[in-house]
Design a protein around this ligand. Structure first.
Ligand SMILES: [Zn+2]
Length: 122
């Protein structure tokens, strides 16, 4: 995925998560990616925080409930999962599966997907 070459500062952040991808993430997880809570509004949580160079992309965003998102804040995801005694391995496995499925179903390369209104109200 991300070829980790030499240390190179990203000159510009690229946030390419589309509305359709976000809707897909919410549906695939079926609730908060961390605690599983399915009710209430879900927020876009960057596993690698923006402050640490993370971006709003399909590979880096998971849906999180307000309390998890607020608790995690700008902590790196695995550090936070350990602190909360959540199942880090299960989360990472699930995240990879969701990502693989959505990468096939909703590639980022398509032009202007975000302009479509994803009306997936439940
Ligand atoms: Zn949660």
């Amino acid at each position: 995925m991300y070829a980790r070459r030499r240390k190179r500062r990203l000159g510009r952040l690229t946030h390419d998560l589309t509305a359709a991808q976000w809707a897909g993430l919410v549906e695939a997880w079926g609730g908060c990616a961390y605690c599983g809570k399915g009710s209430g509004p879900l927020q876009k949580d960057c596993m690698l925080p923006i402050a640490n160079g993370g971006r709003y992309t399909l590979a880096n965003v998971v849906p999180a409930c307000r309390s998890c998102n607020a608790s995690k804040c700008s902590t790196e995801v695995t550090t936070w999962l350990r602190r909360k005694h959540l199942d880090e391995a299960a989360f990472l496995t699930r995240q990879r599966q969701v990502l693989e499925a959505l990468t096939l179903a909703l590639p980022s390369d398509g032009p202007g997907v975000g302009s479509e209104s994803a009306s997936k109200a439940s």
